[in-house]
Design a protein around this ligand. Structure first.
Ligand code: PDD
Length: 287
């Protein structure tokens, strides 16, 4: 069934939605995005995603789209128009189209940003088989650029990482730089050792996950010990358990890294508990 999508102020059937071939997200990956999950027709962590979008735009000196203050209403309207019970809303802002290809940014008084949103329906999103069974990851070199804190649409390398994982019979890849894990291809990475949750501290090296912020807050509130520091891939393979967080997965246990089982190779208690707490608490504050 055709979705209704949003493009620059209009709600359109997906087959009628169009942007220019000169759009800078298409030619230069000059765009940023957000993915917000929907559970029970409500938006999870919307304010966090909006705040990060604003930060991404500022860091790239990109104008806010005119409809920035209407984004909550636009998200809600798309949920309604597409009858989304559970799923995701994808939002992308690009620097727009100057009607030609040029490395130099166009004049922002003349060229306005492109704003696109669409829904992805995922019935039962909070009850996926991967959450019960856990996922297997491989490790790959992190060869991405140095501003991974900005949520840009340059996703070729993460996409290649996901394909390498698939080829190896796994679900995802953890990226490693100078021996230390940065993050997953589309999620933040954690290990658990002797009950302590260890995850890399925030910097330009990783995306500042909205789910990460919430999960660490809930973990601390539940008196769990959290240490924000880099960990090596060897330390990860010797951990009791592992997990990842993102808006689309919430918390997924990691049960294997490069063929090495973590603990007994089944989802660990800390990951399971954090998933429960995250879903319970974020549903309470969903809007
Ligand atoms: N990915 N790290 C990377 C590289 C990511 O792409 C993502 C999110 C995260 C987790 O961030 P958050 O908790 O705010 O979703 C961490 C989204 C879901 C995606 O690209 O589909």
């Amino acid at each position: 069934m055709s979705r209704t999508v949003y493009v620059n102020g209009e709600y359109l059937p997906e087959e009628d939605a169009k942007i220019s071939i000169f759009d800078r997200s298409f030619l230069m990956a000059d765009g940023v995005y957000e993915v917000t999950s929907v559970l029970g027709r409500k938006l999870i962590d919307f304010d966090g995603h909006l705040a990060r979008l604003e930060r991404s735009l500022t860091e790239l000196d990109m104008q806010k789209p005119e409809a920035f203050d209407d984004l909550l209403a636009i998200h809600r309207k798309l949920v309604e128009l597409n009858d989304i019970e559970d799923g995701m809303i994808y939002l992308q802002v690009s620097r727009g189209s100057a009607g030609d290809r040029d490395f130099v940014f166009p004049d922002s008084d003349v060229v306005k940003p492109t704003l696109v949103l669409f829904t992805q329906s995922k019935p039962g999103l909070a009850d996926s088989p991967a959450a019960r069974a856990g996922i297997k990851v491989i490790s790959i070199d992190d060869i991405r650029w140095g501003r991974r804190d900005i949520k840009t649409v340059q996703l070729l390398y993460p996409s290649m990482g996901k394909m390498a994982a698939k080829k190896a019979g796994c679900d995802d890849a953890w990226m490693v730089e100078d021996g230390f894990v940065t993050e997953g291809t589309s999620n933040n990475a954690y290990i658990v050792k002797n009950g302590k949750i260890i995850t890399r501290q925030l910097s330009n090296d990783i995306l500042h996950g909205i789910t990460r912020a919430a999960v660490l807050r809930f973990a601390r509130e539940a008196q769990m010990e959290v240490e924000e520091r880099p960990f090596t891939i060897e330390e990860a393979k010797a951990a009791d358990e592992g997990f990842v967080t993102s808006a689309s997965t919430f918390v997924f246990p990691v049960v294997e890294i490069d063929g090495v089982k973590l603990g007994d190779g089944t989802p660990g208690p800390v990951a399971k508990r954090l998933r429960e707490i995250y879903l319970e608490e974020s549903l309470k504050s969903a809007i």
